[in-house]
Write a protein that binds this ligand. Structure first.
Ligand code: NAD
Ligand code: TDX
Length: 339
């Protein structure tokens, strides 16, 4: 079994590679990644020398390079994590989101059609459903919830989902799609809420909370997401969408306070800043389908997962300090000064 993992030098893709190499030691795993600002080769250093692992630097939009790779490696399965993934960046510059998330996905699926494949799995997001009202805790996203996107990022992910379903229906490509809620855990890029707040708190910098901090996200420990994708690859039905989430809804402000408490830092570091444009209010996944069909349940409770995550950032300072010392500083100034 040869599996190509695209975007494997990023947050969830790298965790999926570690999960797969550990749980399926006979698989050959090939990581295809362009190494954008979000991709980091040092993340993969512990697996680089494994005989059944290989890294290739390729852009998923580069049709010739992708076809060459498929021709030489003959993958059985492709799991597509490669994407531009940050909502705030998509609000500043949508173009690259459309290119990578839509065109890139179609190039990969064309390669799958040309060279033959057992499965193409598209890693999608709950953001394709838009948002839910904060005062209706009885409402959840199911796989039947209409797509209704808010940001250029979520619109590009929804477009890729529609293309994947079209390739299944029109060409019979064996596609599955998963739509997961917000992940957290090791190797999360420090532009996203949880790692950004941990890094700023450790550096005694202000913690920029958008609006009033009342927006709600449904958090899942990254390893639980990886396990769900693995189950979908093993037992999921082709042509189907599976929602992934663990019923762990929390307000942003409460997450930030938990991080400060864990680190013994004062709440006076919290700074309320101008809200994100089009800011989605609440995400909440109904995971009934993946539970009843595939037996998936999350294993890590938030109280444990956030402790493990904070411990990881404390023990791996060089990983994130290197990131925030480079071009990230320009990004940070652009996004947060005068906000
Ligand atoms: P990330 O930004 O940490 O990593 C993205 C990776 O893709 C990086 O390694 C980057 O170098 C690579 N990449 C970007 N453009 C590429 C291109 N053109 N060609 C090849 N590689 C390219 O993202 P993440 O948070 O790990 O998210 C991975 C996937 O999961 C994305 O598709 C995202 O939409 C989805 N998702 C993320 C979350 C979350 O909470 N982070 C939740 C649900 C779904
Ligand atoms: O500085 C910040 N302050 C703040 O209040 C940042 C970066 C975020 N926030 C808020 C915005 C959101 O309500 O925190 C919440 C989480 O923000 P992000 O970490 O940017 O995640 P989100 O916008 O929810 O999107 C994430 O989950 C779905 C991922 O980045 C996506 O890739 C995934 O599809």
């Amino acid at each position: 079994m040869t599996i190509i993992v695209t975007g494997g030098a990023g947050f969830i893709g790298s965790n999926f590679i570690f999960y797969t190499l550990k749980n399926h030691p006979k698989y050959r795993v090939i990581c295809l990644d362009k190494l954008t600002y979000a991709g980091n080769l040092s993340t993969l250093k512990d697996v680089m020398d494994k005989p059944n692992f290989k890294f290739v630097k390729v852009d998923i939009c580069d049709r010739e390079a992708v076809y060459r790779l498929f021709e030489s490696e003959k993958p059985d399965v492709v799991v597509n994590f490669a994407a531009e993934s940050h909502v705030d960046r998509s609000i500043e510059s949508p173009d690259v989101f459309l290119r990578t998330n839509i065109i890139g996905t179609s190039v990969l699926m064309d390669a799958c059609r040309k060279y033959g494949i057992e499965r193409f799995h598209q890693v999608s997001t709950d953001e394709v459903y838009g948002d839910l009202p904060i005062d209706r805790p009885d409402l959840f996203f199911t796989e039947e919830t209409p797509l209704h996107t808010s940001s250029p990022y979520s619109s590009s992910k929804a477009s890729a989902d529609l293309l994947a379903l079209a390739y299944h229906r029109t060409y019979g490509l064996p596609v599955t799609i998963s739509r997961c809620s917000n992940n957290y855990g090791p190797y999360h890029f420090p532009e996203k809420l949880i790692p950004l707040m941990i890094a700023n708190a450790l550096n005694d910098k202000p913690l920029p909370v958008y609006g009033k901090g009342e927006n709600i996200r449904d958090w899942l420990y990254v390893e639980d997401h990886c396990k769900a994708i693995d189950l979908i690859l093993q037992k999921g039905r082709v042509g189907e969408v599976y929602n992934i989430g663990g019923h762990n809804e929390m307000r942003n402000i409460d997450i930030v306070k938990i991080i400060l408490k864990e680190l013994g830092k004062p709440e006076s570091l919290i700074t309320f800043v101008t809200d994100r444009k089009g800011h989605d209010l609440r995400y909440a996944i109904d995971p009934t389908k993946i539970h009843t069909e595939l037996g998936w349940l999350p294993e890590t409770k938030f109280a444990d997962g956030i402790k493990k995550t904070i411990k990881w950032y404390l023990e791996n300072r060089s990983w994130w300090e290197e990131i925030i010392s480079g071009e990230y500083m320009d990004y940070y100034d652009k996004m947060y000064s005068n906000r």
